[in-house]
Design a binder for this molecule. Structure first.
Ligand SMILES: *Cc1c(COP(=O)(O)O)cnc(C)c1O
Length: 369
């Protein structure tokens, strides 16, 4: 069985380092926040080229607190895409603001920035581009627009640790960069985790305060805060793993290249990126009208593939109140029906791309006849 991601295979390669880091934390007696978290915040912020990092307990919490620090609240609007993981939109709802969708671009599956200006109103407070699958959204034109209208850019970089836009790592181009360290992400904790990077020290201070009950001083609460703290154990594990991330990213890019090669003569669409970005292949996603068939056939052959995401958010029952209808965001709807994620993780056996190509080619040629 070839899984979509294999966390045990990765742990086997770093067991010694992780185990000793974990033991140190157990002996230290510091569990909720702590020096490992503080060090990780500095190391990850510097990895992103941002001045501050504030670690939290999930990517969802990172988005929630970035929105609050941007001043988003009830009555405001936040622009994002309908083709993302549900958490992007859930975080907007947590603040009481209204999500406003703009469609994705068909080739890159990220926000079609040319549609954003039309979606801006006097209530718009922020825009959340999502670097879906590890592919940076087109940040330059978006940041220019956001500046003109004085709205905050909050990057959802949960799938894009280390991805680059014109040579700069994502997360540091917007006012805020939000990351998830859910175990399956390119940089994953052994549990839950998240982090906000920002170069604005006031924003960092606000987020730091809100993640732990907004206490100033202890047991005095200026505003309503949260228990969104990162575990010290996760901080220690993430520090170990961050050191391996550049090599893991290159391994993912090598696998993507070999998929590109073996799929070149097969009638499926392989991922295309903006030429000035560096894709980190959180997912390697092909497009085909025969998506469900390939998903089933590969499963029969012991190869797991993924559907990210089968239902766009404007058509989810939980967001029916937003009034989305079939046909509103056609590019998102098409992607939901045609996208298929193939296994990609640094330890993926080298022959898998070839096996996949040889498995799908005969059924696609049968269909063509
Ligand atoms: C994983 C993910 C999140 C949420 O992160 P959690 O750590 O699971 O809360 C948000 N946005 C996107 C695009 C994600 O992939």
């Amino acid at each position: 069985m070839i899984p979509l991601v294999d966390l045990q295979a990765q742990y086997a390669t770093i067991k010694k380092e992780v185990d000793s880091a974990v033991m140190k934390v157990l002996a230290s007696g510091q569990f909720a926040l702590g020096s490992e978290v503080t060090n990780f915040e500095e190391e990850f912020a510097s990895f992103c080229g941002a001045r501050h990092g504030v670690a939290v307990n999930s990517g969802t919490s990172a988005l929630h607190l970035a929105l609050l620090a941007a001043g988003v609240g009830p009555g405001d609007e936040v622009i994002t895409v309908p083709f993302t993981f549900v958490a992007t939109v859930a975080a907007i709802r947590y603040t009481g603001a209204t999500p406003v969708f703009v469609d994705i671009s068909p080739g890159t599956h990220t926000m079609d920035v040319s549609r954003v200006a039309k979606a801006i109103t006097t209530r718009t407070r922020a825009v959340i581009p999502v670097h879906l699958y590890g592919q940076p959204a087109d940040l330059d034109p978006l940041c220019t627009l956001a500046k003109r209208y004085e709205i905050s850019v909050i990057e959802d970089a949960s799938q894009a640790h280390g991805a680059e836009y014109r040579g700069t790592r994502v997360g540091s181009l917007g006012e805020f960069g939000c990351f998830s360290f859910y175990p399956g992400k390119n940089l994953g904790a052994y549990g839950e985790g998240g982090l906000v990077v920002t170069s604005d020290s006031n924003h960092a201070k606000t987020i730091r305060s809100l993640r732990s009950w907004a206490e100033e001083p202890r047991y005095h609460h200026q505003r309503s805060g949260f228990n969104y703290r990162m575990d010290n154990l996760q901080g220690a594990i993430l520090r170990v793993k961050l050191r391996h991330l550049p090599a893991w990213t290159e391994a993912r890019r090598d696998i993507a290249l070999s998929y590109d090669q073996v799929l070149a003569d097969i009638p499926v669409t392989v991922p295309t990126g903006l030429p000035y970005t560096k894709h980190v292949y959180h997912q390697y996603v092909i497009e085909t009208p025969h998506r469900d068939l390939l998903h089933a056939i590969l499963k029969q052959h012991g190869i797991q593939t993924g559907l990210y995401y089968p239902v766009p958010l404007h058509l989810q029952p939980c967001y029916a109140e937003l009034g989305g209808q079939v046909g509103d965001y056609p590019n998102a709807e098409t992607a939901a029906q045609t996208n298929l994620a193939l296994p990609v993780y640094p330890e993926l056996p080298e022959n898998v791309p070839k096996i996949i190509a040889e498995t799908i080619q005969p059924c696609l040629s049968d269909l063509a006849e």
